[in-house]
Design a protein around this ligand. Structure first.
Ligand code: SAM
Length: 215
């Protein structure tokens, strides 16, 4: 287990104060970001940057998302304890830990085999136990559907119909949609079988790959 001392806790407090200033209001989300030791997800060479509000490389051309982005998507999901949540893009596993801290039952799917294996081994060592899947999350995870919440942590060219199909009634999907290097954050709610959509600011995610992603 990585050391989590006075210095790291102080840096996390400062980061959370910054997220609050930037508009994150959900205290449960802020508490989750204050609890999960983000530095544990960093290589030694980048360790001193772990509490900057920035995305950083995690190998395989992929990134751990910016804390503000993690907080923003988590807040918009309105997680209730016990919600079954599908995360598309496991990456480092940091976002999955935040969802677990919020009381969700987390199903997380990753396309890249190296990241899948690394994170599947690492997260349980930190005490976090989502259900891990290797595969193309642009098609969702039909064998475990429906989900109360779905979060896509890579930039999609379209909203894949499979994801709205796999959403439970009263469910929420949060997904960045746009071109390869800039996307608008979109939230979709399903109610009585009907979908409604809200759009937020632009974000910059790595591309969602796979059948309904970028080729
Ligand atoms: N949620 C991650 C975290 O907390 O570190 C950040 C994810 S990173 C910005 C995007 C991830 O999505 C990468 O790990 C990438 O391999 C993965 N990805 C891309 N296309 C995918 C797909 N079709 N299915 C599942 N994962 C995909």
């Amino acid at each position: 287990m990585v050391e989590d001392g006075y210095k790291e806790r102080g840096l996390r407090n400062k980061l959370v104060a910054k997220l609050r200033q930037k508009g994150i209001q959900d205290e449960r989300v802020l508490a989750a970001l204050n609890k999960v030791p983000r530095h544990a997800f960093f290589d030694n060479a980048l360790l001193s940057h772990a509490y900057e509000d920035k995305a950083f490389p995690i190998g395989q051309g992929q990134t751990i998302s910016q804390p503000y982005t993690v907080a923003f998507q988590s807040e918009k999901l309105e997680i209730r304890p016990g919600d079954r949540v599908l995360e598309i893009g496991t990456g480092s596993g940091y976002q999955a830990c935040i969802l677990l801290e919020l009381g969700a039952v987390v199903y997380t799917i990753e396309y890249n085999q190296v990241l899948f294996e690394r994170t599947r081994e690492f997260l349980p060592m930190m005490g976090y136990k989502p259900y891990f899947f290797l595969g193309d999350g642009s098609k969702g995870l039909p064998q475990k559907a429906p989900f109360q919440k779905i979060i896509v942590t890579a930039g999609a060219p379209i909203v894949p119909a499979a994801l709205t199909d796999q959403l439970a009634d009263d469910g929420i999907l949060i997904i960045p949609v746009g071109d390869r290097d800039k996307q608008r954050m979109v939230r979709i709610r399903k109610k009585g079988g009907k979908l409604t959509q809200e759009s937020y600011d632009n974000f910059a995610f790595v591309p969602l790959l796979g059948e309904k992603g970028w080729q």
